[in-house]
Design a binder for this molecule. Structure first.
Ligand code: FES
Ligand code: FES
Length: 216
C-alpha cells in the first residue's frame, strides 16, 4: 500500500499555513471564493486526525500499528510496538540516538512520521543481532570497548551497519575518515569515537589498524 508522504516538519508547516490563511479569510456569503474548493486530484489523500493503520516490515517481519498521523516513527516503535532499542534523547534530529535503517538508509526516527514508512523495511538495533547471538559488528563493539553508558550505542551501531552494507566487499579499503563521516550524526557524550572506528575497521577487514588510524 502506498501512503501519502508526510514529514513532521511538513505537517507543522501545513498546520501553520492553514491557521494563517484561516485568520486572514473574510467571511462573505456573496463571495464566490467561499464556494467549496474543487478537489485536486494531485493532492495527497487526507488521513486522520484519528488513528490510522500503517503496515511496514520491521526487522524482517510484518508489523502493523494503529497511530494518528502526527505520531513519529520513534514513538510508534517504542510506545506502540515495544521496540525500545532506538533511544529518545534530543527529539529534534540532533543526536542520532534514535537512528534506524529505512530501506537500508540511516534515518532519525524522531524526525519521521510513522506513516512515512508504510510499506518500507525498517531495521532497528534489535534486527542486527541479539544478546546471545550478536552480529560481528556488535561483538567488535564489545571487544573494542566502543560503549560506556550506551545511550548512543544503538544509533551508532545502526549507522555503522549501514556503512558496512554500503561498502560491501570493498571493506578492506575502508578508511577511518569514512567511518567518522558515517557516524558524524551520532553524538557520544562518553567519547567512544576512536573505539567505534576501530571496531568498524576490524569488521570491515581494513588494515593496518594503528592507533593513529583511529584517533580523531
Ligand atoms: S532523539 Fe532523534 S536525533 Fe536525537
Ligand atoms: S556511550 Fe555514552 S553517549 Fe555514547
Amino acid at each position: 500500500m502506498t501512503s501519502p508522504t508526510l514529514t513532521r516538519r511538513g505537517l507543522l508547516r501545513g498546520a501553520g499555513t492553514a491557521s494563517v490563511l484561516a485568520s486572514c479569510a473574510k467571511p462573505n456569503a456573496d463571495d464566490a471564493s467561499n464556494a467549496p474548493a474543487v478537489s485536486d486530484a494531485t493532492a495527497p489523500a487526507e488521513i486522520g486526525p484519528g488513528a490510522v493503520s500503517v503496515a511496514f516490515n520491521l526487522n524482517g517481519k510484518p508489523a502493523t500499528v494503529q497511530v494518528e498521523p502526527r505520531v513519529t516513527l520513534l514513538d510508534a516503535l517504542r510506545i506502540d510496538l515495544g521496540v525500545t532499542g532506538p533511544k529518545l534523547v534530543c527529539d529534534r534530529g540532533a543526536c542520532g540516538a534514535c537512528t534506524v535503517l529505512v530501506d537500508g538508509r540511516p534515518r532519525n526516527a524522531c524526525m519521521m512520521l510513522a506513516h512515512d514508512v508504510a510499506g518500507a523495511n525498517v531495521t532497528t538495533i534489535e534486527g542486527l543481532g541479539a544478546g546471545d547471538s550478536p552480529s560481528a559488528l556488535q561483538a567488535a563493539f564489545v571487544r573494542h570497548d566502543a560503549l560506556q553508558c550506551g545511550f548512543c550505542t544503538s544509533g551508532m551501531l545502526t549507522s555503522c551497519a549501514a556503512l558496512l552494507q554500503r561498502i560491501g566487499p570493498n571493506g578492506a579499503k575502508l578508511t577511518a575518515q569514512t567511518v567518522r563521516e558515517a557516524i558524524s550524526g551520532n553524538l557520544c557524550r562518553c567519547g567512544t569515537y576512536p573505539h567505534v572506528v576501530a571496531a568498524v575497521l576490524e569488521v570491515a577487514g581494513a588494515t593496518p589498524l594503528s592507533k593513529a588510524a583511529v584517533t580523531p
